[in-house]
Design a protein around this ligand. Structure first.
Ligand code: AMP
Length: 540
């Protein structure tokens, strides 16, 4: 027997309508070259409706891809709303990709219109010269001077249009947004979010046992709007009435600090490398008085336990670790303690620092061992994490990737264990595990330990070829500024010796000025592996 409830499509128009009706007075603030621009959600929604009129006049039709090549700002938020609401697909381009990848992605997606920041024009211009599909370019004036010839000025376009009143009732399973994975192997892959998946994913961010975004929050997404839906934050804020603060293109630690001071957000989100670079400035800031932040949402790669500890004890702000992928919208799991952890005391709470948490309601998880069978949730057995749920991708856009999507589950490529409470600990990405003599060594665990050394700022561990063991771990270490030239290989190895099994001990340590980062700020181990592929490991 079928239920008798209404079946209105869960689409982005719900978010728009709710924001303009119930959260009209709430604000989005953007740091610009002229200071901070503040607009209400009411104004944002009205401008969004004008944007829809403008895009229709340009020729955008349902299903067309409209790309953004932008920093985090109010106009980007308007695209987040307007493009899906008119039935078109918002394609968020990663502004830090190589030109050749951008060309591939724009052509693969067949982007018809691109909204690009003036400050990024010199980068975009080169891509534009190599693609054929783009029919119109709209420039957001985030830097002084006129819009480049042959382009449309975003503000002029909006000012001259009247707001569309009737929006189509877009089917919830239609595509709303497109985001390409950073593509560590092969060409980048397109993940095509639906209205339904984005709507439900936004709700997950409002759950109390997740990050619990609520009307009383003010959220600073440092994570780019082009990195996997900005982790769902824009829509969750518009839905709940939480306010937004965008840093624009002003992303230096000093600018972010000013942003925190001026707008006093209650929640901020970014990858671990952002929080590493902000640790010292925030420690100093804390001396001047407590910070406004109630929590920091951090994910994208493993959060070093020492970093979490430092934020808790020295900055006074807890880091909430989340795990996910572009393919999972991205929020899939999040680490919040259970009541039972609190009862078990400080050690149980401490142990959570190495955990990526439990899957949020709406996502199911299984652990699959090498033998293809489900592994036990005993905190020790390791296997590949596989997930399914209404905001998990079922395939890639225009790409046959059957090996990645099996019997309704997404194979994440992440190796982990899960404990009896359902808390998962990522050991590594399959390709980052160090395979030594047929056994696995977790680079993530080694990095976490090395980064707890007081003289270490960053550490990445990679496998380098070894004639006997296949691969052996090499630790690439960035000393803190006051330890440069002083920290030694022996000191790192002595520090690790009592903490790890003998065969886990890296064969060598190299010192770097900086760990190379990917376009979204993660350690770029591909670059390190290439750089050190011929590294001569010392004889043991
Ligand atoms: P991307 O789709 O580029 O965001 O990359 C997703 C991958 O980032 C995942 O498959 C994980 O390998 C890694 N990742 C994301 N969050 C975490 C986390 N909290 N801890 C460890 N790895 C993570």
């Amino acid at each position: 027997m079928r239920g008798l409830m209404q079946t209105l499509p869960l689409n982005i128009a719900w978010i728009l309508r709710r924001a303009e009706r119930l959260q009209a007075k709430k604000t989005v603030a953007t740091r610009t070259h002229e200071g901070t621009a503040v607009a209400t959600y009411g104004q944002v929604c009205e401008r969004t409706r004008k944007l829809v009129t403008a895009l229709r006049e340009i020729g955008v039709r349902p299903g067309d891809r409209v790309a953004t090549f932008s920093w985090n700002h109010q106009q980007h938020l308007e695209c987040y709303l307007g493009v899906p609401c008119m039935g078109a697909v918002l394609h968020t381009l990663n502004i830090r990709l190589f030109e050749k990848d951008l060309v591939f992605i724009v052509e693969h997606a067949e982007d018809k219109v691109v909204v690009v920041d003036k400050s990024l024009w010199p980068v975009w211009e080169k891509v534009a010269a190599r693609v054929r599909c783009v029919q119109a370019t709209i420039v957001v004036p985030d830097a002084p001077g006129p819009a480049p010839p042959g382009t449309l000025d975003y503000e002029e376009l909006i000012a001259a249009r009247s707001p569309v009143r009737e929006l189509p009732e877009v089917d919830e399973n239609e595509a709303a947004a497109l985001c390409y994975t950073s593509g560590t192997t092969g060409n980048p892959k397109g993940v095509l979010y639906s209205h339904r998946s984005n709507y439900l994913h936004s709700l997950a961010l409002t759950m109390a046992d997740a990050i619990g975004i609520s009307e009383s929050d003010r959220v600073l997404p440092i994570v780019p709007l082009f990195h996997a839906n900005a982790w769902g934050l824009p829509y969750a804020c518009l839905l709940t009435g939480a306010e937004l603060v965008f840093p624009g293109r002003h992303m230096s630690p000093q600018s972010l600090l000013e942003c925190l001071r001026e707008r006093r957000p209650s929640l901020a989100a970014g990858v671990p490398s952002v929080w590493t670079s902000l640790l010292e400035p925030l420690k100093q800031e804390k001396e001047r008085g407590p910070l406004s932040l109630r929590a920091i949402l951090c994910g994208g790669s493993a959060v070093p336990p020492a970093l979490q500890k430092a934020y808790e004890s020295e900055v006074g702000v807890p880091i909430v670790q989340a795990w996910g992928m572009t393919e999972t919208s991205p929020l899939a799991s999040l680490c919040c303690p259970l009541a039972a952890h609190r009862e078990r005391g400080p050690e149980a709470l401490d142990a959570l620092r190495t955990s990526q948490g439990r899957v949020v309601p709406g996502v199911e998880i299984r652990l699959v061992g090498d033998d293809g069978k489900e592994a036990a949730w005993d905190g020790r057995s390791q296997g590949e994490i596989q997930v399914r749920g209404p905001w998990i991708a079922s395939s890639y856009y225009k790409e046959d990737a059957r090996e990645k999507f099996q019997d309704g589950w997404l194979r994440t490529g992440d190796v982990a264990s899960i404990d009896g409470d359902g808390y998962m600990r990522i050991a590594d990405r399959t390709k980052d595990l160090v395979k030594s003599g047929g056994e696995w060594i977790s680079s993530v665990a080694l990095e976490g330990l090395i980064m707890s050394h007081p003289s270490v700022a960053e550490a990445a561990v990679i496998g380098v070829p070894h004639p006997k063991w296949d691969e052996r771990p090499l630790a690439c270490v960035v000393p803190r500024p006051d330890a440069r030239g002083r920290l030694t290989r022996e000191e790192i190895l002595d520090f690790l010796r009592p903490k790890v099994a003998k065969w886990w001990l890296p064969d060598d340590v190299v010192f770097l000025d900086e760990v190379p980062k990917t376009s979204v700020g993660k350690f770029d181990k591909k670059v390190l592996r290439e750089r050190f592929k011929n590294h001569a490991l010392p004889e043991k």
